[in-house]
Design a protein around this ligand. Structure first.
Ligand code: ADP
Length: 173
């Protein structure tokens, strides 16, 4: 399968995806929040919070694995994006979220993986910049790794979907 076929963009609710794992844009406590985090905890049920409590938090830029419980996805990879402040470390931390999530996925044989637009909600990361980081980090990783086989960028608005779609189709290779 070519790299182009391994990267997909999808408009919709990430909690509905029957993939091996979905990524959660969590906060450092891993104890739930609003946005996509709240939606994932609601759909997964209270057992997810129970498992998250045993983890003891997650530093910004890192990633942790749990089961998916009542979700159609088998696993959830929780990662913590940076709060956007326009500093150089924002992009480094956001890249870390993608790279560490991909590494966790690879280490657990996760073949299909869906990402939301990490940090692009309450955390304020500009979607155009964030989409480039998301696509570039995933493409670079997948060029040298067979697992995950497929990454699905899941966007929650048509405007965000268009930004990702345009960047992916104009990108060479
Ligand atoms: P952060 O705190 O990392 O910014 P948010 O949850 O506030 O996280 O937003 C991250 C992105 O997830 C935003 O683009 C938001 O529109 C999107 N989002 C919110 N709910 C869902 C959902 N159910 N499925 C997919 N994406 C979602």
């Amino acid at each position: 399968m070519s790299l182009k076929d391994r990267l997909e963009v999808w408009l919709g609710d990430i909690t509905q995806l029957a993939v091996d794992a979905i990524v959660n844009a969590a906060n450092t406590s891993l104890l739930g929040g609003g946005g996509v985090d709240g939606a994932i905890h609601r759909a997964a049920g209270p057992e997810l919070l129970g498992e998250c409590r045993t983890i003891g938090g997650c530093p910004t830029g890192e990633a942790r694995l749990t089961k998916g419980y009542r979700l159609p996805a088998r696993y959830v990879i929780h990662t913590v994006g940076p709060v956007y402040r326009g500093r150089p470390e924002d992009s480094r931390l956001l890249s870390g979220c993608y790279l560490n999530s991909l590494t966790v996925a690879m280490n657990h044989g996760i073949r299909t993986l869906a990402f939301p637009a990490i940090s692009c909600g309450v955390y304020g990361y500009p979607i155009a910049d964030a989409s480039k980081i998301a696509v570039d980090v995933c493409a670079t990783f997948m060029q040298t790794h067979d697992v995950p086989e497929k990454v699905i960028f899941t966007l929650f608005s048509a405007a965000d979907f268009d930004i990702y779609t345009r960047y992916l189709s104009n990108r060479s290779g």
